[in-house]
Design a protein around this ligand. Structure first.
Ligand code: PGA
Ligand code: ZN
Length: 436
């Protein structure tokens, strides 16, 4: 048998960074090359995501993945064994056909993605190449600009505050490593600010600080700005602020309103857009994700009308890495950026298609981890392979996060002079003015 042919596919239940069960798949080729895929999992999931198959019942809070593991072993493995691991598209198409549902609900997107990821890793190992180079070729040299969480709220901090992520983006660094170091300094400064304000220090699901004792959501913006200054940087020049509002979590479709529970305030769609515009006017915000809910296209359009030329407006729950939904956004001039999460769609092939449609139409892709993660660093390789330009992983603390960031540092070093780090140009080249 040719050495690049799949010889074995195995799967097991492992656990993610939140202690939830998840799927791990190993693929072995005839030459002994192996690949392993470990599937991440979200908490603030959009309603249009591919289906994450969970066992239900009482065991492990219903979150077991024994069924998904069995689907890999009994249904996917027999189909993949004997196939050419280098043909990622055929591998993924085979699994999509076997499942036969639009949301991968029969076999589970977690079962399918595990196989898809493991096959890519195994094929790269067979080629003796790093995954980014195997998938992207010699032109895959763009090290992504990081979007890094400093404070974690929303579903990642028991809704202590309503807004989910307060993040920063380095703007004045010449390299990824230098930009990352700036963010580490901001994180350390934020730690001091929290301590001085007598806010008990602990971290939320993605390693950012848990927002204890906040009375408003805006306090997060003030604290972030103070931390940037305290670290010795100029907000808006050296470091920009990004928000993931994750507003699907507090949108009421019946009344068409957004609600900040922390502040006991309810906003109409128009009022909520005005609130975000006001924040952009008063803080150095350069990126807003899910400023409208996943069913509020009108709110997303309104936000784009008001801020689309000066702020990156990312659709996460609205687009769910789904090419049809991304196309609708492009056609209707809604948002200007797409969050890309492989497990929202379920295969590596479809993830690449989503990135291509996004880029080819002048929207900005941001490759993203989930709040429940593992030590698998595949998204860094996907970001570089596709020259996506941006990466969002959570904070600079906790190993499931640093597994990704450290991999980016290593790849930047390995590429040497070939490495291209776009810095603030990632926005301005796309026609987003940010602060000008
Ligand atoms: P999730 O959060 O993985 O819980 O969905 C990440 C995000 O909303 O971007
Ligand atoms: Zn999000």
């Amino acid at each position: 048998m040719e050495e690049y042919v799949i010889k074995a596919v195995t799967a097991r239940q492992i656990y993610d960074s939140r202690a939830n069960p998840t799927v791990e798949v190993d693929v072995v080729l005839h030459d002994g090359s192996t690949g392993r895929g470990m599937v991440p999992s979200g908490a603030s999931t959009g309603i249009y995501e591919a289906l994450e198959l969970r066992d239900g019942g009482d065991h492990l809070g219903g979150k077991g993945v024994a069924t998904a593991v069995r689907n890999v072993r009994e249904t996917l493995a027999p189909a993949l064994i004997g196939m050419d691991a280098r043909d990622q598209k055929a591998i993924d198409a085979t699994m999509i056909a076997l499942d036969g549902t639009p949301t991968k609900s029969r076999l589970g997107a977690n079962a399918i993605l595990g196989c898809s990821m493991a096959t890519a890793w195994a094929a790269a190992a067979h080629r003796r190449m790093p995954l980014y180079a195997y998938l992207g070729g010699a032109m895959a040299t763009t090290i992504p600009v990081p979007m890094i969480q400093i404070i974690g709220g929303g579903a990642h901090a028991a809704h202590a505050i309503d807004v989910q992520d307060f993040l920063v983006i380095p703007l004045s660094a010449p390299t990824f490593a230098a930009g990352y170091e700036m963010v580490v300094n901001v994180y350390m400064a934020a730690k001091k600010v929290f301590e001085e304000k007598s806010k008990p220090l602990s971290v939320a699901d993605e390693g950012g600080f848990w927002p204890t004792g906040f009375t408003t959501n805006e306090e997060g913006l003030a604290l972030l700005t103070e931390s940037i200054v305290r670290a010795g940087y100029t907000p808006g020049k050296d470091i920009g602020i990004a928000l993931d509002i994750a507003s699907s979590e507090f949108y009421d479709e019946k009344t068409g309103t957004y609600r900040f529970s922390l502040e006991n305030r309810t906003f109409s769609r128009e009022e909520f857009v005005d609130l975000l515009v006001d924040w952009v006017d008063r803080y150095t915000i350069i990126s807003i994700e899910d400023g409208a809910s996943d069913v509020d296209w009108e709110g997303a359009r309104l936000l784009t009308e008001k801020l689309g030329d000066r702020v990156q407006l990312i659709g996460d729950d609205l687009f769910t890495t789904n090419v049809d939904r991304i196309r609708k956004g492009i056609d209707e001039h809604t948002y200007n950026s797409v969050l890309i999460k492989p497990n929202q769609i379920g295969t590596i092939t479809e993830t690449f298609e989503a990135i291509a449609v996004t880029k080819n139409n002048g929207f900005l892709p941001v490759i993203s981890a989930r709040s429940g993660e593992t030590e698998d660093a595949i998204i860094v390789h996907l970001a570089i392979a596709s020259n996506a330009g941006q990466l969002k992983v959570g904070s600079v603390a906790r190993s499931e996060r640093t597994a990704k960031w450290n991999e980016a540092i290593r790849i930047e070093e390995a590429l040497g002079d070939s490495a291209h780090y776009p810095s603030a140009k990632v926005f301005t080249d796309a026609g987003i003015r940010i602060f000008n």
